[in-house]
Write a protein that binds this ligand. Structure first.
Ligand SMILES: [Zn+2]
Length: 742
């Protein structure tokens, strides 16, 4: 855009220099300017100085002119325009000159400035011989006094309009692209009107009249465009409105360091704490979807529904449309929870607007449609950890009350006070999520599913994921293996990526060479000192040859998380057998036994696979009980034995709902977990090391149950055992463990 601007600036220079040149050649035509040469003789010194500066301008103009012609040949059309206008100007100048000549001389002197007037009053002095140069200048000035255009301020006035036109036309063309307006109609209109005005500007011998035409040529199409723009767009995108001008003013002021609060916000961004933005592949589509969705009557409805569902900070939500109404559910910690119902009047237009925002067909309620959009959600973060400390202090106080130890009670009371004081004030935060949006007609209606793309997980260590020290040690030992295969597995969306990353960070990557295949489809975090090898192809032969060249680099460890074919797998197994390499892959599975069988099912060489498999890690996520409302209880002996407790211990569950006594209000649900009883998740891990028994079973009867039994015989413990530990420690409930393991 800046280049365009500079180019046009050069053309202005061209116009100015041509004009000046035109002025200077005119006297060579025989117009017989006797009066003017006489007037010239009276010129003051001051004017001579002015003339010098005009000459400078002229020279500069010509220099630029040459440059412009060399560099900007591509804009020949525009230049031609400029020149055409210029030629007109010259002709008219000449005509003006003639007219002025033939017109009454006295009238002309009245119209001229003070100097000329005074000069006329003085009796004409004898003609003083002057240089041709000064002669030209004087003619130039005199011409102007008859309504010409040679005066510097007039040229500047025209240039200002010209530059304003350049700026506004630039804006128009980008605006057309941005909002999908008809640029083929608007841009030629802007050009045509302006250059038409320019021609009239040169053609009409009265400066102010001609100037009016020039300004009209700029302003009229611009005003029409702005009107159309503002009609079509929402208030936040309108231009030249009081709000917009205030915003422009604030921005200009910010350049000189003054801050002006504008608070210009789109009406589609206020009212509800969510902003919905499109997420298309290209900008043009995206802008169109945004405009169309915002223009749709259902857009505010969509924002209302989404802002209600976002309050619980879900990982996604679902709307079920039936004849009677619309029910909603939200996904939190991997579990779908039912939420409030909406009316069809509210939710039907909302869905249409969201479909438009995602580039889907709003009228199609039957076929499966997929799209994506973004939600920016503003909320107040209120530090539940601070409130938990208050609760713990209060619990401690309650426990002491029974002891009747006054000193201790007072200390506990002080602790509660301190904890309350330490509760931080709510803080405004913003969450931005990419939503994968699917709609599908179902029996009796339509279902819309909104799943959020996984955000960055804030875990820094495996312990944060809930891995025990013992488990971490075992996995680290396995990661030191010099040869063989290791598998990491988990069901979908169970944090496998995080575990892999944290495991790699804990593994020595400095004395051994680590390589990781990047297939260009799946994205994984970079880990320092693990060299990524791109194989961005689906062609298996290409994969195999790339893998061969990688093996030539003599790597110690190769990570290939998504192996595309059994052939590639077999190559890797051969390499392990022949060259002693350690390889790591991943697979989606509920437990280790399933992971092993899933890879065998790809029809890779089963014998080689079984022979070279070292170990499998599997993980699943389980919800943690809400620390604010979990309830302790003493389970029956049978349950205690089940969970591996050696003595009578309390374990925890979600709070038992209390039936309100007659006349009493029902108990408010826990505000921290909104009555769900759970908040957040932790992982359960299992690490199995493949022994002889497992290898035998895998080769002879590869059935899930038998493999599990064999793994147990080889001395492995399963995930359930980890889960039982979590129940004993009060992290989760028995009920949740059963759900998570099912
Ligand atoms: Zn709770």
């Amino acid at each position: 855009m800046r280049q365009m601007f500079m180019m046009r600036l050069f053309i202005v220079y061209l116009a100015v220099s041509l004009l000046a040149w035109g002025g200077s050649v005119l006297p060579q035509a025989d117009f017989g300017f006797s009066v003017t040469s006489a007037l010239m003789a009276q010129d003051t010194e001051e004017e001579a100085v002015e003339e010098d500066s005009e000459e400078d301008v002229e020279e500069d103009g010509e220099a630029e002119d040459a440059e412009a012609e060399d560099a900007e040949a591509e804009d020949a059309g525009e230049e031609a325009d400029g020149e055409a206008a210029e030629d007109e100007g010259e002709e008219e100048d000449a005509a003006d000159g003639e007219e002025a000549e033939s017109a009454d001389e006295e009238t002309s002197s009245e119209e001229t400035g003070d100097a000329d007037a005074s000069a006329a009053a003085i009796p004409s002095a004898p003609a003083v011989p002057t240089t041709p140069q000064t002669d030209l200048k004087s003619i130039f000035r005199t011409m102007d006094s008859f309504g010409g255009f040679a005066a510097l301020w007039k040229i500047l006035a025209a240039i200002i309009i010209y530059l304003a036109w350049v700026f506004s036309t630039d804006w128009m063309s980008t605006d057309c692209i941005r909002y999908g307006f008809n640029g083929k109609k608007w841009i030629p209109t802007a050009y045509g009107a302006f250059w038409g005005g320019m021609i009239l500007f040169w053609a009409i011998p009265f400066f102010w009249v001609s100037y009016l035409f020039l300004v009209a040529g700029w302003v009229v199409p611009l005003a029409m465009f702005v009107r159309m723009h503002n009609q079509d767009l929402s208030s936040g995108e309108q231009v030249l409105t009081p709000e917009h001008l205030r915003f422009v003013f604030a921005r200009l002021m910010s350049y000189v360091g003054v801050k002006v609060d504008t608070k210009v916000r789109d009406r589609h961004e206020v009212g509800f704490p969510v902003v919905l933005n499109p997420h298309g592949k290209n900008k043009v589509d995206t802008e169109q979807w945004r405009i169309q969705a915002r223009a749709h009557a259902g857009f505010p409805n969509a924002r209302e529904i989404i802002s209600k569902l976002m309050v619980v900070h879900p990982e996604g939500f679902m709307l079920d449309y039936t004849a009677n109404g619309v029910t909603s559910r939200y996904l939190l910690d991997g579990v779908w929870n039912s939420s409030e119902a909406f009316t069809r009047e509210l939710a039907d237009p909302a869905l249409q607007a969201l479909k438009i925002l995602s580039g889907m067909k709003p009228e199609d309620r039957k076929n499966k449609q997929e799209g994506a959009f973004r939600i920016d959600f503003e909320y107040e973060y209120t530090y539940p950890e601070d409130r938990l400390k208050v609760k713990q202090a209060e619990d401690a106080l309650k426990a002491t009350l029974a002891e009747e130890n006054k000193a201790k009670i007072r200390e506990m009371e002080r602790n509660v006070e301190k904890a309350k004081e330490a509760v931080r004030a709510p803080e405004k935060r913003k969450r931005s999520v990419l939503v994968h949006f699917t709609t599908q007609g179902v029996q009796g209606g339509e279902r819309a599913i909104f799943l959020f793309e996984q955000e960055k997980i804030p875990f820094k260590a495996l312990a944060d994921l809930g891995m025990s020290e013992e488990m971490e040690q075992k996995i680290r030992t396995q990661m030191k293996a010099e040869k063989g295969f290791m598998v990491f597995s988990a069901p979908n969306t169970s944090g496998l990526r995080t575990t892999m990353k944290l495991t790699l960070l804990k593994t020595d990557r400095y004395t051994r060479e680590f390589y990781e295949i990047d297939d260009g489809i799946h994205e994984y975090d970079e880990v320092e000192n693990v060299t990524k090898v791109p194989i961005h192809s689906k062609d298996i032969d290409f994969w195999r040859s790339e893998m061969r060249s990688l093996f030539l680099k003599d790597p110690n460890v190769v990570i290939a998380r998504d192996i595309p074919s059994p052939d590639v797998m077999n190559d890797m197994l051969d390499e392990i057998e022949n060259e002693e390499r350690f390889m790591i892959t991943t697979v989606r599975a509920k437990d280790a036994a399933e992971a092993i069988l899933r890879i065998m099912a790809t029809k890779c060489d089963a014998e080689k696979w079984v022979r070279n498999l070292n170990a499998v890690v599997c993980q699943r996520l389980v919800r943690k009980l809400c620390e604010h409302c979990k309830e302790a209880y003493l389970p029956p002996v049978e349950t205690l034995r089940q969970i591996g407790a050696t003595e009578k211990i309390h374990i925890f569950r979600t709070p038992t709902p209390v039936q309100p006594k007659p006349g009493e209000k029902p108990q408010e649900p826990c505000p921290e977990c909104r009555g769900l009883g759970y908040a957040g998740r932790t992982a359960m891990f299992e690490l199995v090391i493949i022994g002889d028994e497992t290898r035998k079973v895998l080769l002879h009867s590869p059935k899930l149950e038998l493999v599990r039994a064999a793994l147990k015989k080889d001395g492995n413990r399963f995930m359930a055992a980890e889960g039982m530990r979590l129940v004993r420690e009060g992290v989760t409930s028995l009920q949740e463990l059963k759900r998570a393991l099912s």
